[in-house]
Design a binder for this molecule. Sequence first.
Ligand code: ADP
Ligand code: MG
Length: 680
Amino acid sequence: MSLSINDSVSTLSGVGDKRVEALADLGIHTIMDLLTHYPFRYEDLTVKSIEDIEENEKVVLEGPAISEGVVTHFGRRKNRLTFRMNCEHVIVSVVFFNQPYLKNQIEAGKEIQVFGRWDSVRKQLNGIKLLSSNQEGQDREAIYPSNKYIKQGTILKLIRQAWDIYASYIPENIPKDWIEKYSILSLKDTIYYMHFPKNEEELEKAKYSVVFREFFIYQLRLGWMKKQAKLFQKGASIDYDVNQLKDFFASLPYELTSAQKRVVNEVCRDLKSPYQMFRLLQGDVGSGKTVVAASAMLAAKSAGKQSALMAPTEILASQHKKSLDEMFKDTPITIELLTGSTKKKERDAILLGLQTGSIDGVVGTHALIQEDVEFNSLALVITDEQHRFGVNQRKTLREKGLNPDVLFMTATPIPRTLSITAYGEMDVSVIDEMPKGRKPVSTYWIRPKHFDRMAAFVEKELAKGHQTYVISPLIEESEMMDLENATALYQTYQELLGSRYTVGLLHGKMHPTEKEEIMSRFEANEIQVLISTTVIEVGVNVPNATLMVIHDADRFGLAQLHQLRGRVGRGSQESYCILIANPKGEKGAERMKILTETTDGFVLSQKDLEMRGQGDLFGRKQSGIPEFKIADIVEDFPILETAREAAGSLLNQKTFFTSEEYTLLREEVGIEKGQVLILD
Ligand code: ADP
Ligand code: MG
């Protein structure tokens, strides 16, 4: 039997159905997924001197044991192993709980290394792990994202096993001369050193390589799409009727802001041009992107063309549908909603309507264009909060013989200095102005000990007939822990308010229809207090919700807090956001303070950029495009620039499209066979 890196993890020994499921929960299906399941931090295992360590610090101490190990039993099934060791002439006692079997490894006079937590008062090391001698030279240990069903140690063992069997099957998609030119490691070495670095230098090189690879592929994709947009110029020219647009704007209960007008003009210019539009619309939460999308859809309709609006979740899709219905109530355009839960009969009718052209536009989830949906004249695709600049999506569209104009909408503000590089290959429109009369959300930061006072404030808002969001802390390592936290908070609030108000719970592990139900009950004010993990983050619109409480707010990145806060302040009422946090250090406090001082997403993203530093674990990955496993466009910005240059120059080389050595890379980027010819 031949092995492949794409084999299922179930081929590994010790992986049965249960483990397959647990791994799948972490996004690990194949051997390659497992091997690229990288640690999110590393435990420092360098040997320390006693003078250099602080109370409660986790450290490795080394020295000869000066006694045998003694096991004492206490309580039911509890025991403690103790012995003493001599660390540079300081006698230290070492204690291991419930690991009696380690006794055999302790002999007086034998050199040992113990990883543990230091108790300076008792001069005692509370052992976590006895390091074996074959770990010598390895001065750090990888810590992996894990969940309740699979332990760190198991993940590491499986990675070891996968490495031993499959290392030689790891494909290299970047040709040698590029690897040399940009001083990265081969993919095989990258993987090895990410998991098993012997020293800081190896680790740094591996990290650099991962980040470079992620950015390189990303930039190649962006660049390729832009190139295609130029190649496939036959993208329809949408000859829209400007009067219909004017009527539409006149029918709205408000006037567009000047930023919205400018952006509508930019989009309309693209629609009219014979080039395929490839535009990113960036606008802060609440800046009014939906009406821009609506006007583009209407423009298409006025030219006899169809459009599709795609949202990342069913909740968002149905919210968009609702907003569009409201905006279009005096405008002759038929828009339908198509999602995974659309009933068969209705679905068939919609599909038929799209095929014949009796339906002008459709709102739905991503599946919308991937399934066997046929359009009569699809000329415009808008994606909302969809950060994957979907290669497959465009491929699918093209296979249907379609070259629609594409508009991406995002509410993730990224600093201007970054956006050119991050989105450089796309045209970018920015709505940098809020609708008039919008009151900024008053934001306060409190310490957890003032919870009771805060709860009184929540009651006061509820008594006014308003609703409240409560966001539970983010545990990056584990979705399972997210759930436990949210459930605990739910109980707290339920006890506090449950007799007078309805408290609801929303989390990522729920079935989509369940989520939908909770959300629509919240929208209908049948639920007044909604406890939620960050699944609430994007796009949700309940104007009667005037208060958001965020627990352990310091665990979130600035950008994400800003996104969350954008869920309130959507009506005409005064709105509030309360951050509960006990941040460590000055920087943490500074971050909380900035949020209380500004509600401008671009200002925040700029501050975020300035304040980021190494080791800011929870700040990672929250700055923008969550397409990367390790890379962070803010923190790793210089590498992003290098990768962009590299991608640009590769895309200009004809050999990239023709030569055998680039086959794997082309596949990764989504360049299909035969597309090469077009370039000639
Ligand atoms: P987002 O950019 O976050 O998607 P929305 O499109 O949902 O923002 O708009 C937020 C709210 O602002 C909606 O209730 C919308 O009706 C309203 N809105 C949009 N544009 C304007 C405007 N020019 N003046 C007043 N209200 C507006
Ligand atoms: Mg929106």
